[in-house]
Write a protein that binds this ligand. Sequence first.
Ligand SMILES: [Zn+2]
Length: 108
Amino acid sequence: MIKELSTRMVLVVDLVDKVKGKLLNKLIKNINLIYKDNPGHCPNCHCDEVIGVEIMGAKDGVLLWECEACEEMFLKYTADKTEIELQNAKYCWTNSKDWGYVPRSKFN
Ligand SMILES: [Zn+2]
């Protein structure tokens, strides 16, 4: 069996206190690190619990990577592209109960 990469799905408002101004600066410390694929190890704390973060209202699929140990976030796309996606998604307030999202853990 292929182990599925774990991801979590969030709203922009779950990630930042205020949606004003540039959002990327609030999430990403090092915008020069870009990982097309899951880096596998956290470049910050070197643990291997890096998950994909999908943003509701942004493009489908993983938009950011997050280390589950130190909670540092990393880019998958360029800073400019990611900022555009975050701006598009920031007013998405969808209640997950309304659209039947099933957490990965409920599959099998
Ligand atoms: Zn880490």
